[in-house]
Design a protein around this ligand. Structure first.
Ligand code: MG
Length: 253
């Protein structure tokens, strides 16, 4: 599949979709607390998405049974919401996607319930910061893998594992469009970045090994060593200058 270049009117809709998703994440962040079940997080997320006139894109995608992926501690991504009760110190990754007027937005945030430990706080911070290190390279004229290598350069000194089995992606009318966007070191440069490309960049970083496996529910991806993981994602736009982060609202990252 070819990489799609969005027109000005398509970009305007992607910008709206992104802002709405940013609002959903901000509301979820405020609501998250110890004692809440992951299913309650999902129900709230779905309500926040629908309240804005949007469609939750994850619900039913490939058969996924919920609107929000809620991945706790050693769960990296694709955690299925259920009866699990969140407790102090849990690392909770929330991945959400929505469709607004035919256009998709996709974003993830990782939160710690309560204080966490210095090590879990560092993991969450490094994961988020690695996204920002990556998008410094997300400029027209650079190449796709400049983003990948910038993320790897940032994360490697911390000794954390970078997930290789799952990667970021182009996004637009479809949630997953070309190209794939690895977060780990690449030998080739990849395609040249052009204005109008919209990309979901999403580093998944493990405290220990980079290796992951999928649970018998066929969705939940966990770390092989059982140590915690974090995830951070935004939908961005390649412009003639600075990249634009689409999936934030009120400046909250
Ligand atoms: Mg994504």
């Amino acid at each position: 599949m070819a990489v799609t270049i969005k027109t000005a009117s398509e970009i305007a809709l992607m910008r709206e979709a992104g802002r709405l998703l940013g609002e959903v994440h901000n509301e979820l962040a405020k609501a998250l607390h110890a004692g809440m079940t992951t299913k309650e997080v999902d129900r709230l997320g779905e309500r926040l998405i629908r309240k804005r006139g949007c469609i939750p894109s994850f619900l039913g995608y490939g058969g996924f049974p919920a609107s929000i992926c809620v991945s706790v501690n050693d769960e990296v991504i694709h955690g299925i919401p259920g009866p699990r009760v969140l407790k102090e110190g849990d690392i909770v990754s929330l991945d959400a996607g929505l469709i607004w007027k035919g256009f998709q937005s996709d974003a993830a945030r990782t939160h710690i319930i309560g204080e966490g430990t210095p090590k879990t706080r560092q993991l969450v911070q490094v994961t988020r910061d690695s996204f920002f290190a990556g998008i410094k390279m997300a400029r027209a004229g650079n190449h796709l893998h400049d983003i990948s290598n910038a993320i790897a350069d940032f994360v490697e000194p911390f000794g954390f594992g970078i997930v290789e089995d799952y990667v970021g992606h182009g996004i637009g009318r479809e949630m997953h469009e070309a190209p794939e966007i690895p977060n780990f070191r690449q030998k080739s440069r990849g395609i040249r970045l052009r204005p109008g490309m919209t990309l979901a960049i999403e580093p998944m970083i493990n405290m220990g090994t980079w290796e992951v496996r999928v649970l018998s529910d066929e969705w939940t991806v966990v770390t092989r060593d059982g140590r915690p993981a974090a995830h951070y994602e935004n939908t961005i736009l390649i412009t003639e200058g600075e990249p634009e982060i689409l999936s934030i609202a009120d400046g909250v990252r």
